[in-house]
Design a protein around this ligand. Structure first.
Ligand code: CA
Length: 223
């Protein structure tokens, strides 16, 4: 899953990016409202963490412009303590959730997990497809109860696929949601990673749909 973080305070930006990366997300960091707005309009993020007090364009204006343009990406806003009117303005501009600074990183991670699963239509905190399970909180996955040893990229790939396991996902879409903006993207490498993931989860769990992409299948090895 790929996130956009828009935060102008360098220390907070760095710390959050590193915490989100450790939690298994790929993160693009924008340091002002203009860059953030542009990235949000041009790259397909799974969720956005948006600070409201930003240079160039403030967070509420960024959000208003996105929503006016039809962008539906879930957005969590970061507001200053005591500024209740910021929260109201943020929600009215189209925010989905908020956190008041200072906050605990664990709470941000929990709120993001909830936002992401709601946006993808899941109610359960643990994601499953057949006997394949993925726990976004622990960043772990298992098959038929057996833990899987995944690289961070394999985990991101499986996380995205299990989040959208009801449909076929194209290679381009996978590339866009697994790598950050600085990565030299080549959709052929996805095939290699799909191959590696198949070896770990079982080849029959990932269907190749010719010309369209891949789909995770609900196989149950224990049945
Ligand atoms: Ca700020």
């Amino acid at each position: 899953m790929r996130l956009l973080l828009i935060e102008d305070e360098p220390d907070i930006g760095r710390q959050l990016k590193s915490a989100l990366t450790d939690a298994g997300y790929v993160v693009d960091l924008a340091r002002d409202g203009e860059e953030g707005q542009f990235l949000g309009e041009t790259e397909p993020y799974d969720a956005v963490v948006l600070d409201l007090g930003l240079p160039k364009v403030d967070g509420v204006s960024v959000l208003e412009r996105w929503r006016r343009a039809g962008l539906a990406t879930p957005v969590l806003i970061l507001t200053a303590r005591g500024a209740w009117s910021d929260k109201v303005a943020g929600f009215d501009a189209g925010a989905d959730d908020y956190l008041t600074k200072p906050f605990h990183t664990e709470e941000l991670l929990a709120r993001l997990r909830a936002l992401l699963r709601r946006a993808a239509g899941h109610a359960q905190p643990q994601l499953s497809c057949g006997d394949l399970r993925l726990d976004p909180k622990a960043a772990r996955a298992s098959v038929n109860g057996e833990p899987l040893r995944l690289t961070s990229l394999e985990y991101r790939l499986l996380h995205y696929m299990i989040m959208h396991n009801e449909r076929v996902i194209s290679r381009t879409e996978l590339v866009e949601h697994l790598y950050d903006q600085d990565f030299d993207r080549d959709s052929n490498t996805i095939e290699v990673f799909i191959g590696r993931l198949r070896k770990k989860v079982g080849a029959d769990r990932i269907e190749t749909v010719r010309g369209l992409g891949y789909r995770l299948l609900p196989v149950d090895a224990g049945a």
